[in-house]
Design a protein around this ligand. Sequence first.
Ligand code: ATP
Ligand code: MG
Ligand code: MG
Ligand code: MG
Length: 474
Amino acid sequence: KRLSSAALRALFLEFFRENGHQVVASSSLVPGNDPTLLFTNAGMVQFKDVFLGKDKRSYNRAASSQRCVRAGGKHNDLENVGYTARHHTFFEMLGNFSFGDYFKKDAIRLAWDLVTGSRWLGIDPQKLMVTVYHTDDEAFDIWHKQVGLPADRIVRIGDKPGGGSDNFWQMGETGPCGPCTEIFYDHGAHIPGGPPGSPDADGDRWIEIWNLVFMQFDRSADGVLTPLPKPSVDTGMGLERTAAVMQGVHSNYEIDLFVNLIKAAAKVTNTADLSSNSLKVIADHIRACSFLIGDGVLPSNEGRGYVLRRIIRRAIRHGYQLGQTQPFFYSLVAALEAEMGEAFPELKAQRAHIERVLRQEEERFAETLTQGMSLLEGAIGDLKGKVIPGETVFRLYDTYGFPVDLTADIARERGLSIDEPGFESAMEAQRERARAASKFGVDLRSNVSIEGKTSFSGYEGLQDSATIVALLRG
Ligand code: ATP
Ligand code: MG
Ligand code: MG
Ligand code: MG
């Protein structure tokens, strides 16, 4: 069976509507009432208070297709983009929810019917494996005895050495959480990677498509788990990953939606090679940036705005990598609207605004990008080992507006790394200088010139200027 991304989204929601669920629209990427969360990172976020018993809805079963961003906080996939077949910064999470209504048995049954039922996705059960939390005998038995899955297709997953488990889901450091069971699809022996639970499970052969969380606890800041008023269910199925299965392709970047975005990116950057990694990154990032701006985030130097700025600058740098020195990124909003505007009318409504914001950020970064890149190329040329010095990383950051992760991304492409502790101490030294300078009511940063030489004219006449100069020079 073949399904477009749009048809898959519709089918998922229809299945749960038929099974008594209220279909609820996606909420904003900026969580409305939750300072503990940077961005909406899962479908359950808009229902957090319902799980906690602090909020009530007129329904106790819901389904949604939620826009999510994972580029910071507990769930951060920014570094995975361009390196795995399955991770995006922005993606859609299809989900069904039970607020104290059904629990494990029905959640598993519904999921299995949707995934394998011939009226629905009709995926061959031979290609599926599931995991359960190691102590969850109840879930194991449901899969084995009621669904009839052979025991060797059900893997028990324990806790990681450093704490936490892939089968104990939590929204963030605090909030609703619980054990989970996950469904994996085998893309075939020609792809590197082992089955879930094996040492090389991190490959892209067995791909996790759906996570069913048995919401049972509220985690407090000190790590204590308090049982929720009622056991509930929260599930998340990756739209793009499942579309890949339904379209017979391995990578998310080969699904209908991405193929079109990648073509559009190739066109505006004059790139002939459609398999270029930079095109994938750009196609991923235009989604994240457009939806973030659409939800009211603006590029800035802190918080959500800085995450947005970092993603935009990464995309621009990948464009530069493809030879692009003029603004191009903003012009992809049109292609995005063509792909996703129907499902997300807010994208249509905001298009002009999104283009304007992106274009402004591109113009702003264009000049320092070129200068910074030549500084970096020089530094890499002079490099003795494989680590870019912290001083260089700091200069790129401070003078040329290169977010640290952007420099790390370039380093990684070339088999290099960055000296993070070195960067941190350069940063700390900068803070020291700023603190010292601010005692005298002057803004140090505006006195640091592009060349890294400092001009001290602003301090003339100050009693203690010699001390400041010493501090500035470190
Ligand atoms: P992975 O282990 O592959 O990183 P995850 O366990 O972190 O995924 P969950 O938190 O369980 O993911 O989210 C539920 C579902 O959302 C996943 O099963 C997957 O289908 C999808 N998903 C998660 N992260 C991403 C992402 N970065 N890009 C696309 N889909 C994702
Ligand atoms: Mg993950
Ligand atoms: Mg996982
Ligand atoms: Mg998971």
